[in-house]
Design a protein around this ligand. Structure first.
Ligand SMILES: *Cc1c(COP(=O)(O)O)cnc(C)c1O
Length: 396
């Protein structure tokens, strides 16, 4: 049996998205910047997609949507824009959290090198940032608060509306990386007082390489890419017309089916939690109360996450030990460390991220294979041997 359980890394393109995009690769391939009627088909498609994305995010106007090459670019542009704007007013302090995606953390690192100050908030043991911590970190010279909507490794959801209200009250721009939330959870930038928000198509069944930045109309964007006047002069480069059309179609489809899909995914996720928690010396990472429908993250003591992944792969299961971006390095995930987990425990992590296309039969297969593999690896592990003999203490 083949089971794809890594939907937080990327997803397949839905039939709806594929059908929507194909004509813009073949029939209507005109450049939206060209003046002849033939190219107008492409222009109209981008205009319509912008309105669809705006509606799905609760934006007041389609003019607040800027198409990008993905979530990383949207995060970079949002943060760099707020930083440049802040500097003009002598405000060079930014607030974020320890467990953001690297697209956010590395952009903040760059700003630190340029002389900005960054406060990274704790996310506590449950992976949820506290409103009072945000409030306490705000200073006279704070120019941005950027806090992710849902974490990509452990699936915890942050109190975004509350943080939005606080930032609005203090007059500080608020950005959220909503890449893991868009299409999976209700988002309303107006009601939630979000000023900037990043999404990425390939996390909700659109192709890779297309995303969007929502930016409230009173916030001037700073260009990362100079060139032509596309995206109202804020993001140069010929539009990825087919990708944009697909993203809008996929987002609308996900939003339309959200209630039904969430129910199905939560049932599968909860089965995984229930079954895999029966493994001795295992631990669920992140609050279950504030959680996206599809993500399961657990640690199993005495094993290496990488070995676990290879053996799951041999059993047809695609999973991850954290984020796809950090795999390849042997450092434990910064997200798990931010929860206060010891290195030894964080090394034995497993992320299963399920999507609406998964089935209960696949979940049953995972529930059967994971305990066997954990058992097998523990039997081979000298560390587990020492734990069992009481030569070192169990940490979970
Ligand atoms: C995947 C992801 C990104 C990056 O999006 P790309 O489109 O792959 O650049 C950013 N933030 C989060 C939380 C993600 O999960």
């Amino acid at each position: 049996m083949f089971v794809y359980a890594d939907n937080a890394a990327t997803t397949s393109v839905s039939k709806t998205a594929l059908d929507a995009m194909l004509p813009y690769l073949t029939e209507y391939y005109g450049n939206p910047s060209s003046l002849y009627a033939f190219a107008q088909k492409a222009t109209e498609a981008v205009t319509e997609a912008r309105a669809t994305v705006a509606a799905c995010l609760g934006a007041a106007s389609p003019r607040e949507i800027y198409f990008t090459s993905g979530g990383s670019e949207a995060d970079n542009q949002a943060i760099m824009s707020a930083a440049r704007l802040g500097a003009r007013k002598g405000k060079k302090h930014l607030i974020s959290t320890k467990f953001e995606h690297h697209a956010v953390l590395h952009t903040l690192k760059r700003l630190e090198k340029e002389g900005y100050e960054v406060t990274l908030l704790d996310v506590h043991e449950d992976g949820v940032v506290r409103l009072e911590d945000v409030a306490a970190a705000i200073r006279e010279d704070t120019c941005l608060v950027t806090i992710m909507f849902a974490n990509n490794e452990i699936g915890t959801v942050q109190p975004i509306a509350e943080i939005g209200a606080l930032c609005r009250e203090k007059g500080i721009p608020f950005h959220t990386d909503a890449v893991q939330a868009a299409g999976h959870m209700p988002i309303d930038v107006e009601k939630m007082n979000i000023d900037m928000l990043s999404i990425s198509g390939h996390k909700f069944h659109a192709p890779k390489g297309v995303g969007a930045l929502y930016c409230r109309k009173n916030i001037p964007l700073f260009n990362l890419i100079e060139g032509g006047g596309q995206e109202r002069g804020k993001r140069a480069g010929t539009e990825n017309v087919a990708g944009i059309v697909a993203m809008a179609a996929a987002l609308k489809e996900s939003v339309d089916n959200m209630e039904e899909d969430s129910k199905k995914m939560i049932a599968m996720r909860d089965k995984l939690f229930a079954e895999l928690s029966k493994i001795p010396h295992s631990k669920i990472n992140g609050s279950l109360e504030h959680h996206v429908p599809g993500t399961v993250n657990m640690c199993f003591e005495g094993i290496e996450g990488e070995s676990l992944l290879l053996m799951l792969d041999a059993n047809g299961i695609c999973a991850s030990s954290g984020s796809a971006c950090t795999s390849g390095s042997l450092d434990p995930s910064h997200v798990l460390l931010s929860l206060g987990l010891p290195h030894e425990v964080a090394h034995g992590s497993l992320r299963l991220s399920i999507g609406e296309y998964n089935t209960m039969e696949e979940i049953d297969h995972i529930c059967q294979v994971v305990p066997q593999v954990v058992d097998y690896l523990r039997n081979m592990s000298p560390v587990w041997d020492e734990l069992e003999k009481g030569q070192r203490p169990h940490l979970i």
